[in-house]
Write a protein that binds this ligand. Structure first.
Ligand code: ITT
Ligand code: NA
Length: 215
């Protein structure tokens, strides 16, 4: 069955397609994003809307940069802040405030119009790869979105990665990658495969791919 990865962002689709197999294609569709403090409800609403539009299974990718000392700014507003303030200014604000601890988060929302038979145990890919998944992720790696009566069921897959805000370095990747350092390298200094192996999106994709293969 073909699967549409719904995003207008070239950087996201490059990473997703380098991870998933050939049956996945981009749906370049800009779904409405409700205002929310968290990525989960935005991704879930997007998946329902995109499924109604596409009429085939969809996966929506909502992501953001959360700077701890700035109360999680820009978080769900990362795209708006990138377009307005810009990535370099966000980096300056964080460094000026001495608030450099941060995390990227990614929520993948899957919808195929069908209810899910059973909720499998979340698969801890981080542990399997000898990495430290945030405890928060272990609990929420795969969850059913709360379904109100008449709503389409959505399955959520969460990934996050800790890092530090630094002066911009590197030309690869996209968005906030040049100012986000993990293990001594910014995400913009890594290739897509290297980034996928540790990133918020890579972790969410791993959990999704396991569930999708077994469902
Ligand atoms: P779609 O909604 O169409 O998928 P978008 O770019 O608007 O594309 P989001 O609403 O999820 O995506 O906003 C995410 C913001 O965070 C945006 O500014 C991205 O550039 C940035 N971002 C997301 N993933 C990132 C990553 O892996 N590395 C760097 N920046 C990222
Ligand atoms: Na968006």
């Amino acid at each position: 069955m073909s699967l549409r990865y719904v995003t207008t962002n070239e950087g996201k689709i490059r990473e997703a397609l380098s991870y998933l197999d050939d049956d996945v294609t981009q749906l370049d569709y800009d779904y409405a994003e409700p205002q929310a403090d968290e990525l989960e409800p935005i991704a879930a609403a997007g998946a329902r809307e995109a499924y109604r539009v596409a009429g085939e299974p969809v996966i929506v990718d909502d992501a953001g940069l959360f700077i701890e000392g700035l109360d999680g700014f820009p978080g769900p507003y990362s795209a708006y802040v990138e377009d307005t303030l810009g990535v370099e200014r966000v980096g300056e604000v964080a460094r000026d405030a001495d608030a450099t601890r941060a995390a990227f988060r990614c929520v993948l929302a899957y919808c195929d119009g069908e209810p899910f038979a059973a909720t499998p145990e979340p698969v801890d890919r981080g542990e399997r790869r000898g990495q430290d998944l945030a405890a928060d992720d272990r609990d929420r790696a795969a969850t059913d979105d709360t379904v109100a009566e008449g709503e389409l069921p959505v399955k959520l897959f969460v990934g996050s990665v800790p890092g530090r805000i630094v002066e911009p370095r590197g030309d690869d990747g996209f968005g906030y990658d040049p100012i986000f350092e993990h293990d001594g390298q910014t995400f913009a200094e890594m290739g897509a495969d290297q980034k996928n192996a540790i990133s918020h999106r890579g972790r969410a994709l791993a959990t999704f791919a396991d569930w999708y293969a077994d469902r």
